[in-house]
Design a protein around this ligand. Sequence first.
Ligand code: CA
Length: 366
Amino acid sequence: MRQWLALTICMVAVAVAKAEDEQPFVTHEIATFEEPWALAFLPDGRLLVTEREGRLFVVTQDGEKSAPVGGVPEVAYGGQGGLGDVAPHPGFATNALIYLSYAEAGKDGARGAAVARARLDLAPEGGQLSGLEVIWRQVPKVKSRGHYGHRLLFSRDGYLLISSGDRQKFSPAQDLQSNIGKIVRLRDDGSVPTDNPFADKGGVAAQIWSVGHRNPLGIALDEAGQLWNVEMGPRGGDELNRIRAGSNYGWPVVSNGRHYSGLDIPDHDTHPEFEAPKAWWTPVISPGGFTIYTADLFADWRGDGLIAGLSSRALIRIEFDGETAREAERYDMGRRMRAVAQGPAGAIWMLEDRSGGRLLKLVPSH
Ligand SMILES: [Ca+2]
């Protein structure tokens, strides 16, 4: 049954993958980077782009790239780790604060994601960070160089949401004494809101917004303000989840995929006490980034989810219907896609993965 289902999904995926000349958008190459990981727009319309080795750039929409911004914290580059996400504070225009996530070295080869905030003073040649303070860390640091997660998102009411991967350690994702394998919610200074679902447990549990995530590389808010995430499953079982405060998404107890060894993990429908994904993929798409489109330029896509696919080398469009979601269309991009964001004028901006990864601007073709 599972094989039949997987084959069917695979055939559907092939059927909807469109050749480039049929795509509803034109792709413009804006700039090229070395292992880019994240992009975000500043209020003045310029972009911040991170490179995994530890560089942050200010980039114009025409592709003019600054010198690396000074004062970026030292990162533990290697494996999947390095400099990760970047997010300007919602009040950047007045406070100039930005947030960076990155892999941080600990003792004896242990590593963990950290999030720092700093003031970014823009200058003609780029900019300089000052007053950098680390406001969050994965607990505990572990000997792994993968599954950091560490995407950043500000909620409409100004809280900082951080997706925290399971660090390839599985069971801590179910442990409230650890913040790995979770989505956490903090105030903008890193302090813990008193209305978080596990606030009364204190300690690291108080940070936790949702439980049981594997490697969540995308978080986004829909127009109603509901939170969604995408995360990589193991062999099969990539997930799109509707995130609710205090809910448990089941990793590693359940997954619609199986271990890399081939050993099965019980599927979601065997454990209804966990939140099941609203959409899932076998074969995997390897979601690297996620946004929900809210602009008018792509008029038919307003309200749709957009996933940057790594192994699927695609932009994947999701249609929502209240509480449900489904893959509506898959556009072949030809390269591993690491990140996706909506630009100020409604264009869709993407980053390719790895060395030579391009910053792309997608605009409607008609
Ligand atoms: Ca399974």
